[in-house]
Design a protein around this ligand. Structure first.
Ligand SMILES: Cc1ncc(COP(=O)(O)O)c(C=O)c1O
Length: 487
């Protein structure tokens, strides 16, 4: 059995049995628990630690574990309803009211209920994560001299150097800051580049977590359509003219959700248009390391082709490792770097040094290139399986583009014009999502990816968060049933 679930099960069993002991009474020894439940000593100690964190058990080194004594006086419940007034009152003076809505982010971070297949996940399944290499890297990092000391505020120089080499072009380590994951780097960049109330150009559709960040910063996202070749330069130029925006957020590689790659002839055009508008391009390079096997050479980063400091580059390690490996690069050239640095230090000081040391250990180990090769091959197999199963069993869902990187497919539902497919309008999108969940498969509806009215109903299906191709086949079967129900 998986270590994590056996810890949870043992903790649950002990929780149920706690009433058998008087408050302050001693629980059986760890050895007795190991023998009785046939689990490892590590499982026992983690289950006890969980109960201790819940305040149900007290552990005393050398003496054992004891049932906690209840608090003598219940804490007063309090009345927090005043906050509803306080949190809304600031809208009165604001041009663009701040809305803080985490749903677009939490959807890819929460674990679905047991038995539900995770077609909505935003990170690789544990079996695709380099778990052993990460554990070894963390152990080695912990033993490095000064591992628990303060790191340089901009990040460890060797790690900045490593990211700079990956970004390419003339980018140097001095132009790279280490950030706590792509999300934090995007937040810093948006706040550094646009004052509250300002418009910010975004691709349409785009990553809901970025839209949420923009809105939480009081910015006004303005959509610019994406086609299979990436953002449309003609409409980008129009949008700059119409809004006077100073920022455009772009994912040139394996865009989330469409999987589009910005076409070679559009790359220079996007930079030229932004430069002419006096605007920055935030390049969200979130899945560079998730290219599928046999896809040919990867395009360079936009930052590598930008000597003039138009691009603020964000590149993260999480998607190729684990959502908990929150290490990313925020790179920029020119005076803007100082602004980014100041905001990051004020907000969060620095990324914990042990994690930075572990990142260096990981990417420098022989296991790293091996992991990336295996990930790339497995993602290709999964993508092919999902696309084939969809074509066979759900031909009414259009798959306009098969991506050569990333971890998801973007499907267009039949137009709402007439007949049975009426149910697939934007309301049908949520009906289908709900029917899918009832049938044991969690997927992501398209609506949150659009900052304004969507042109059609869509679904995003992720193939990285499930356990393997068997779950992909089964998930598509369940989705077929859900479609028949929702029609
Ligand atoms: C397009 C895009 N950018 C950035 C992120 C943030 O990722 P992280 O903070 O884990 O690096 C995500 C996560 O799903 C994403 O999809």
């Amino acid at each position: 059995m998986h270590e994590r679930s056996s810890v949870g099960e043992l903790a649950e069993q002990l929780r149920r049995e706690l009433d058998c002991y008087s408050p302050g009474g001693k629980l059986p020894s760890s050895r007795a628990l190991v023998e009785r439940f046939r689990v490892s000593p590590v499982t026992v100690s983690r289950a006890l630690a969980q109960l201790s964190a819940e305040g149900l058990v007290v552990t005393r080194p050398g003496a054992g574990a004891f049932r906690a004594r209840p608090h003598a006086v219940a804490e007063p419940a309090g009345d927090t309803s005043w906050q509803e007034v306080a949190l809304s009152a600031d809208g009165v003076a604001e041009l663009v009211p701040r809305t803080v809505d985490a749903s677009g982010v939490t959807v890819s971070l929460t674990t679905p209920p047991p038995g539900v297949l995770e077609f909505n996940g935003g990170y690789p399944h544990p079996s695709l994560q380099p778990e052993r290499a990460m554990a070894a890297a963390l152990a080695r990092a912990g033993r490095r001299p000064g591992a628990w000391g303060r790191p340089p505020l901009d990040g460890l120089p060797e790690l900045r150097e490593w990211f700079a080499r990956g970004i390419g072009g003339a980018v140097t380590a001095a132009e790279v800051l280490i950030a706590a994951g792509g999300q934090a780097a995007l937040a810093t960049a948006l706040r550094a580049l646009a004052p509250p109330g300002a418009p910010v150009l975004v691709e349409s559709p785009t990553y809901p977590g970025m839209l949420a960040l923009a809105r939480a910063a009081g910015l006004r996202p303005v959509p610019v359509p994406v086609d299979p070749d990436g953002v449309r330069p003609d409409l980008l130029a129009d949008a700059f003219r119409a809004t006077g925006a100073r920022v455009f957020v772009c994912q040139p590689l394996f865009q989330n959700p469409t999987g589009a790659v910005l076409a070679p002839d559009r790359r220079a055009e996007v930079l030229r248009i932004a430069r002419a508008a006096g605007a920055f391009v935030i390049e969200d390079d979130f899945v560079r390391r998730l290219v599928h096997a046999d896809s040919g050479p990867l395009p360079r980063t936009l930052a590598a082709d930008d000597p003039d400091g138009v691009v603020v580059h964000v590149g993260s390690l999480t998607k190729a490792t684990s959502p908990s490996f929150r290490v990313a690069a925020l790179a920029a050239r020119g005076p803007v770097l100082e602004r980014l640095r100041a905001i990051q230090v004020v907000d969060s000081f620095f990324v914990p040094r042990p994690l930075q040391e572990a990142a260096l250990e990981l990417v420098g180990s022989p296991a790293w290139p091996r992991h990336l090769r295996a990930l790339s091959a497995e993602l290709k197999t999964r993508r092919t399986t999902m696309a084939t199963e969809l074509a066979l069993h759900l031909p009414e869902l259009a798959l306009p583009h098969i991506p050569s990187g990333g971890y998801h497919l973007w499907l267009r539902l039949p137009d709402g014009a007439g007949g049975a497919s009426q149910a697939f309008g934007s309301g049908g999108e949520s009906a289908l999502t709900a029917a899918a969940l009832r049938n044991g498969v969690a997927l992501t509806p398209g609506r949150p990816y659009f900052s304004a009215e969507p042109p059609a109903a869509h679904l995003r299906l992720s193939f990285a968060a499930v356990a393997g191709v068997g779950e992909i086949t089964e998930g598509i079967r369940r989705l077929r049933v859900a479609c028949d129900e929702a029609l």
